[in-house]
Design a protein around this ligand. Sequence first.
Ligand SMILES: Nc1ncnc2c1ncn2[C@@H]1O[C@H](COP(=O)(O)OP(=O)(O)OP(=O)(O)O)[C@@H](O)[C@H]1O
Length: 351
Amino acid sequence: MKDSLLSIENLTCGYHQQAVVKSLSLTLAAGEIACLLGPSGCGKTTTLRAIAGLEPVTGGSIRIQGKLVSSDSLQLPPEQRGLGMVFQEHALFPHLTVADNVAFGLRKLSADEKRRRVSECLGRVRLQGMEQRYPHELSGGQQQRVALARALAPRPALLLLDEPFASLDLDLRRQLARELGDILREENVTALMVTHDQEEAFALADRVGVMQSGQLEQWDTPYNIYHAPANRFVAEFAGYGAFLRGEVTDQHSVRTSLGELTGRHQDNLAPGTTVDVLLRPEDIVADETATLALPVTRRQFTGASILYHLRVSASETLLCQTDSHTNVLEGDTLHVRLGTKHLVSFAINNE
Ligand SMILES: Nc1ncnc2c1ncn2[C@@H]1O[C@H](COP(=O)(O)OP(=O)(O)OP(=O)(O)O)[C@@H](O)[C@H]1O
């Protein structure tokens, strides 16, 4: 694609003749922010390392700004790819000051330009005044900000981030992830980030990739990953949800033990097909006037909201999220109605 800043086609790579990333394809447009999500060991870091030029490729190709940088016969060195990188461990130079760390990739600039860019980047990450400190005089969060400023300083075409905030506590991580989005957009940088945190990915990214066993299961907007998952794995991986068994009655409905669910089917499913319908917590609406009352088997209070686990049958449990004023206890019943807007159903293989 002409506008793609990053274009990966059928990428295959791995270790010791074993493919860890299998025929992965994706494109990222200039200025977009993307996150790769997936269970531990699915190949996220390996994908990033291949893009960075740190791992050889056994099949497929990687192009950055239209230029071929990796194939089975080519591996352009990392420093010739126009990349910035921020990894989990801070990897700052301990013997250099904050300013010198940030200036590290700016050798081609004059002293004046260098000072200006260092000051601009430290301003972006809100570390003005820290120029003369050494890394050991900074908190973990501040060190990661310096690492980000250093990666941004040479204005890379593409920034790769591998769980940059994983070593920080949750509050700080979420705060930095929020700021990161603003910083990347202000700098107009294209970025691909690996994270374990689905909420972080949804809040930050224009595009999310969900990987499983070396394969990219879906590459899509956060909205579609959540509301139109390509398969059951993505549905289960991306957010809370539960499945209710049913039978397709027509193009717009499924019959379940709790009544008819209506909405548009994602796929063409023939009437009579046995399906599992995905129900997100917001599809189940607490409503005192509803006739359907389900026993609460578990109640997770988070402060702002409550997530109720509701028993439908011995094998089926639904989830319902309410504001935290709905104070129904475990063992009691919660009155709910089904509020599906669209149907996400997966056919069951009846063997
Ligand atoms: N240097 C290596 N040598 C051999 N195998 C490796 C090497 N690095 C990673 N692997 C294996 O490749 C697979 C993918 O690893 P990778 O680090 O890409 O996964 P990941 O999705 O980033 O995992 P995590 O979320 O735990 O960081 C794993 O099975 C891992 O054990």
